[in-house]
Design a protein around this ligand. Structure first.
Ligand code: KG4
Ligand code: ZN
Length: 379
C-alpha cells in the first residue's frame, strides 16, 4: 500500500495532468472533435512502379501521403520491368504504410476503411497492394474498397481544385493509357476512345530511349525540348483529322526512329549533337501534344460537355499544359489539369474511395486484380 506522502504526490500530479488535459481540450477542442468525426481511409496504390499510400478524409483532406519511386531500379532497362516492380512493391509496401500513418498521426485502429487500386495495371504489382489491403481489412475488420486507377487519375482534379468537375470529359494520359471518357460522375465513366497502339507516355519513354535520354522519358524529353525547335522536324499527328476519338502514337514513334536511324538500319549512326537531340525532342513533343489537345477538343465538341479534366503522368508535361490552357482560353471551356504532384502515380487520388464509401460500395475478400486495358462502358 502506498503511504500518504506518495498518494498526495501522485494525486497532485494527476490533478495537474487533468488540468493540463482540460486546458488542451478547450483550446484544441474543435480540431480534435472534427478529427474524431471524420471518415479516414487508407488508400494503397501499386499499379505500376510507384508504391504509394495515403490517409484521406471524407472532406478530401490529406492527413498523410507517401510515394516510393522505383525509377532508379528501372533506369538501366529504359522502361518498367514488371517482375522487378512487383518485388520492389513487396519490399516497400509495409514501410510505406507505416510512414503514411506516422505522418497522418493516426493508428490503424483509427481507420474507417481500406482502399486499393485493383485495376488496371501490372498484374504482379496490383497483387501486392491488393493482398496488403485485404490483410488489413480482414484483421482490422474494416470495409475494403476497390479503386479504378484511371478514374482516380481524373478524380485528382476534384481533390486539387476542391470543386465538383462532373459531368466532364476526362482525359487520362499516362505510361499505359491515353483515354477519353465521358465522366458523368466520379465513379460513372463511359469510354469514348483511346489509343489503338502505344500510350502517350510509352511513346515519350521510347523516344527518350532512342535519343539516349534517361528513364522516365517524359521529363527527359521535356527538359531536352526546352532548347529545341518544335518546328525543326515535321512528325505525323496521326488520326488528328479524323472524327473518331482515338489516338495512335506508334506511327509518331516510328517516324522518329526512321529519322534517327534511317529505314532498316537500326545500329549505325553518328552520335547526335545536343542541339539535334533538342530539336527531335521538341518536334516529337509538339506532335504528341497536338494530338492530345486536338482529340480533347473533338471530345468536348462531340459530347457537348464544357468541362475537361486531365490526369496522368503525361499531364505533368509543361508544353502540354501550356497548349491545353491556351485552347481552353480560346474555346472557352472549363479546364482542370491535376497539379504536378497528383499527375504521376500517387495514393492521394485514391480518395475517390470516399465516393464508394459514401455509396456503400464495399468489396468482399475475394476481390481480384483486373490488369488489362478496360474498354467497356462504365468500367
Ligand atoms: O501516371 P503515371 O505516373 O503512371 C502510369 O499510370 O503509367 O505516368 C507515367 C508516364 C511515363 O510514361 C512518364 O514518362 C510520363 O508519364 N511523364 C511525362 C512527364 N512526366 C511523366 N511525360 C511527358 N512529360 C512529362 N513531364
Ligand atoms: Zn497512373
Amino acid at each position: 500500500m502506498r503511504n500518504f506522502d506518495e498518494f498526495s504526490k501522485n494525486s497532485t500530479q494527476r490533478e495537474r495532468g487533468l488540468f493540463n488535459l482540460r486546458r488542451f481540450l478547450s483550446t484544441n477542442h474543435q480540431r480534435y472533435a472534427r478529427f474524431l468525426d471524420m471518415v479516414k481511409i487508407l488508400t494503397l496504390e501499386t499499379t505500376c512502379d510507384e508504391t504509394a499510400a495515403a490517409v484521406v478524409t471524407d472532406s478530401l483532406e490529406v492527413l498523410g501521403s507517401v510515394v516510393a519511386s522505383q525509377d532508379s531500379l528501372h533506369q538501366k532497362f529504359g522502361g518498367v520491368v514488371p517482375e522487378i516492380a512487383s518485388r520492389a512493391h513487396l519490399e516497400n509496401i509495409l514501410p510505406v504504410i507505416d510512414e503514411t500513418l506516422r505522418r497522418a498521426e493516426i493508428t490503424l485502429a483509427d481507420l474507417d476503411a481500406i482502399a486499393v487500386a485493383n485495376m488496371p495495371g501490372l498484374a504482379g504489382s496490383l497483387l501486392v497492394g491488393l493482398i496488403a489491403a485485404k490483410t488489413l481489412a480482414l484483421t482490422l475488420q474494416k470495409p475494403l474498397i476497390a479503386v479504378n486507377h484511371l478514374q482516380a487519375h481524373i478524380y485528382a482534379c476534384k481533390i486539387a481544385f476542391k470543386t465538383d468537375p462532373f459531368p466532364c470529359v476526362g482525359l487520362v494520359v499516362s505510361g499505359g493509357h491515353s483515354s477519353l471518357y465521358r465522366c458523368n460522375g466520379a465513379i460513372d465513366f463511359t469510354f469514348l476512345g483511346g489509343t489503338i497502339d502505344d500510350a502517350a507516355g510509352e511513346a515519350f519513354d521510347k523516344v527518350a530511349a532512342m535519343l539516349g535520354l534517361p528513364f522516365p522519358g517524359g521529363p527527359s524529353i521535356q527538359k531536352a525540348a526546352t532548347t529545341g525547335n518544335p518546328k525543326a522536324h515535321s512528325f505525323p499527328r496521326s488520326l488528328l483529322h479524323e472524327d473518331r476519338l482515338a489516338f495512335s502514337f506508334s506511327g509518331l514513334k516510328t517516324a522518329v526512329r526512321y529519322h534517327l536511324f534511317g529505314v532498316g538500319d537500326t545500329k549505325s549512326r553518328a552520335p547526335l549533337t545536343e542541339s539535334e537531340i533538342a530539336d527531335v525532342a521538341a518536334s516529337f513533343q509538339e506532335a504528341a501534344v497536338d494530338c492530345l489537345v486536338g482529340k480533347s477538343l473533338q471530345a468536348l465538341k462531340q459530347t457537348g460537355l464544357t468541362t475537361l479534366c486531365v490526369g496522368g503522368g503525361v499531364a505533368a508535361n509543361a508544353r502540354f499544359r501550356q497548349k491545353m490552357e491556351a485552347a481552353a482560353q480560346e474555346k472557352g471551356f472549363r479546364l482542370f489539369i491535376a497539379p504536378l504532384a497528383l499527375c504521376t502515380d500517387n495514393a492521394v487520388m485514391g480518395a475517390i474511395a470516399i465516393e464508394r464509401y459514401q455509396a456503400g460500395l464495399f468489396e468482399s475478400l475475394d476481390l481480384d486484380v483486373s490488369p488489362g486495358l478496360v474498354r467497356r462502358p462504365n468500367a
